[in-house]
Design a protein around this ligand. Sequence first.
Ligand code: ATP
Ligand code: MG
Length: 153
Amino acid sequence: AGFDFNEMVEEVIEDVQRTSSKHIIVKKLNFNKEIFGDRERICQVVTNLLTNAVKYSPDANEVIIYTEDHNTTVQVCVQDFGIGISKEKTDHVFEQFYRVSGNKEHTFPGLGLGLYISSEIVKRLNGRIWVNSVVNKGSTFCFSIPVRQEIPF
Ligand code: ATP
Ligand code: MG
């Protein structure tokens, strides 16, 4: 059965917003169709990206979440204006237990699993996940998945 994608995204935004009143989560939701796929897993990916955006932008207050309708796929991007990631390190952030170290002003707790799990979920859904980032400017993490999954999870 299908599920309301917007409703799922709104739910994640509400949950993450509760964890930080400092951040303003701006939403630009332009996908209004049903999705046929594993709601729980897709919800987990959105949650991981949004919690990272908030966590790794301690001095910024805005985080933007976009959804776009690409006909056969839906694309979700989460943009922050936080610490960013250097070019050579962005190649590794989807690896199991990988964490960027060496930030002097802040320490961030975590296991280095959120992005690994997210990329495994997205791969199994025949989608892709990627990042664009600039140190001290911020990061944009995006994923896209087919609107209608051919194979059940
Ligand atoms: P957890 O397992 O709790 O998610 P984590 O946040 O450290 O721990 P990932 O979400 O997998 O692990 O992220 C891996 C690493 O990539 C992080 O430790 C961090 O260094 C970097 N990273 C992830 N998202 C961002 C972001 N939005 N901005 C800057 N760095 C990020
Ligand atoms: Mg994380």
